[in-house]
Each structure stands twice: as structure tokens, then as C-alpha cells.
Write a new protein. Structure first.
Ligand SMILES: [Zn+2]
Length: 312
């Protein structure tokens, strides 16, 4: 039985865990876990990839899983690892959806082709960012840039799973060979603030695991930077005068792979009170050094800050 130590089960209102029992497949799907990771057969791990190291076994209806690389856990742990959430964020999200998802198995998986089609249509409905649009306002205000890289675009009315449509910042995620991986969405208001929706930042369903992918904010050069968030990456690029790409969260930062031609990497990490950002930055650094890259890490001095908060 997987240990519950270390991720704060004691903080949870007993009601949330009880309500979730027997509903984990639907809860996890509602919170962005692809249904193919919710079957009982061995297959790739949603966190670390591979071929057949992972299994969702849902013991006692608690959303349990096992991976020979990552270990094991319950539904809360899976959400924390996948989304970079802390325990209370995961509990809050589970609480929100637990009552509305049906008990039992998940709905039929969308095919790779359906997902690609949705990605193409969404990107096709977006347009380059121009001065004064919500994305321009958001990035100007948050990061102080007024030239926006082409892999960030503006969608005027993107559907949200809460219902309704909102302006959105779309960012294209690419694998190291430059092929598209998914789209990252940030829902905004017309005047360029974060929209008031249950989840402001979301991925679109991707045909393949996102490991090694990033948003390309500038050309890949011999010296390239990598950060978690898009806003952080743009701020770090200004501060350190080097192109900085965005892995979008701590789990994907740790799994990032530089494209061919890069020799030196700047990791612009987040200073999290939980040490999630620092741990991901150092873990990536260790792997890259092992693979022969020259690596430096920059982390803001103040706890709770990323480079977009740190100012110039
Ligand atoms: Zn794994």
C-alpha cells in the first residue's frame, strides 16, 4: 500500500477524500489527465514517459497508481506530480470536481487524430499578437515586453471547460526536433488580466506525452535559457540577455531536453517556499551536466518569487 507520508494527507478535510473514493477516473480526467493513463493495463507513465512502466490500479477506489520509475501514490499524488500543484491545490481542485463527475470508468478516449485536429483548429483561429490586444496588455504589464515571440498568439474567444469563451494567450509547445507537442492556454480578460475561471492556465489534450517539450521564445542558440512559466522566461531573457524558453511547469522543466546545437544552458528557476522549483532546476542541471552541457542556475533570492516577479 502506498505511503501517504510526505504529501500532507493530514491537511485534507476528510470529506474530500471520502467523496472522491470510487470517482477517481472521472476526477482525474476532469483535471486534465488523459484517459489513456486511467486504464488498468501497463503503459507509459504520465509523469516520466517510458513504454510500460506504469499502471493505474485504483485500489479501494483511491485513484492509486504505480510506476517502476516514479514510485506510487494515490490520485492526489498523481495530480501534484503532473501539474506541479501542492497538496492543498490538488485537494481544492478535487473538491471542486468530485461532486460533479459520475462514479466509475472514464469516457472513451479521444484519438490522436481528434487531438491533432483540435490543436490545428485552435492555432488556426488565433492570430499574431498586436499592440493593444489582451495578450499584449498582459505581457506588457506582467513582464514589460512589447515585442511578442511568434509562438505566442492571441485567441479572441477560446472555450473554457467552465463554459463560456474568453480571450486567451496561446503558446505552442514543441519537442526538441521542432515538431509541435501541444498548446498551452492562459485565459485572460479583455483588458489583459487573468480571467476569473477555475483554472487560468491549461494544456490542450496532446497526442503524446509532453516530456522534453517547451515553448520556444526566441531562436535556439549555442547558449540557451530555460524557465518554468512563459512570463518568467520572458523576464529572465530580458534580465540575462539570452533567449529563454518556457517548460510551463516544474515537472516539464525537469524533463526538458535542449535542441541540437545547444552547448550551454541557463536554468532560470523559481524560488518556491515548497522548494518544488529549486528541486526541478537542480535535477535538470544534474542531468544536463551529466550529458556534457555547461550549466548555470539563477534563482531569485526572495522566497515565493520567480523572475517575472523579481523586476528588472
Ligand atoms: Zn513514472
Amino acid at each position: 500500500m502506498p505511503s501517504r507520508k510526505g504529501y500532507g494527507m493530514q491537511q485534507l478535510k476528510p470529506r474530500t477524500a471520502d467523496e472522491a473514493v470510487g470517482r477517481w477516473p472521472g476526477i482525474l480526467q476532469a483535471l486534465g489527465v488523459d484517459p489513456r493513463y486511467l486504464g488498468k493495463k501497463h503503459g507509459p507513465c504520465p509523469i516520466c514517459g517510458g513504454r510500460d512502466r506504469y499502471r493505474f490500479d485504483d485500489k479501494e477506489g483511491r485513484g492509486t497508481w504505480f510506476c517502476s520509475h516514479c514510485g506510487s501514490g494515490d490520485g492526489f499524488k498523481l495530480l501534484q506530480s503532473l501539474h506541479g500543484w501542492n497538496f492543498s491545490q490538488a485537494a481544492k481542485e478535487v473538491d471542486r470536481v468530485a461532486r460533479i463527475v459520475p462514479a466509475g470508468a472514464v469516457t472513451q478516449e479521444r484519438t490522436e487524430e481528434n487531438k491533432l485536429q483540435a490543436l490545428r483548429e485552435t492555432w488556426g483561429d488565433s492570430r499574431p499578437v498586436t499592440r493593444g490586444d489582451p495578450v499584449w496588455k498582459y505581457l506588457t504589464d506582467r513582464v514589460g515586453i512589447d515585442r511578442v515571440p511568434p509562438d505566442i498568439r492571441f485567441h479572441p474567444a477560446l472555450k473554457h471547460s467552465d463554459g463560456g469563451r474568453h480571450p486567451a494567450m496561446l503558446a505552442r509547445m514543441c519537442y526538441p526536433d521542432g515538431t509541435g507537442a501541444s498548446l498551452h492556454r492562459t485565459y485572460l480578460t479583455k483588458d489583459g488580466r487573468k480571467a476569473s475561471v477555475s483554472q487560468v492556465k491549461k494544456f490542450m489534450a496532446a497526442p503524446k506525452p509532453l516530456n522534453s517539450a517547451a515553448v520556444r521564445l526566441g531562436a535556439g542558440e549555442i547558449f540557451l535559457g530555460i524557465a518554468e512559466g512563459i512570463e518568467t522566461a520572458l523576464a529572465a531573457a530580458l534580465r540575462f540577455s539570452v533567449p529563454v524558453w518556457a517548460a510551463t511547469n516544474a515537472v516539464l522543466l525537469e524533463a526538458w531536453t535542449p535542441p541540437i546545437g545547444v552547448e550551454r544552458v541557463l536554468i532560470a528557476g523559481d524560488n518556491d517556499a515548497s522548494f518544488t522549483g529549486q528541486a526541478a532546476a537542480f535535477s535538470l542541471a544534474r542531468r544536463l551536466v551529466h550529458d556534457g552541457y555547461a550549466v548555470e542556475i539563477q534563482i531569485p533570492e526572495t522566497e515565493g518569487k520567480d523572475w517575472a516577479d523579481a523586476g528588472l
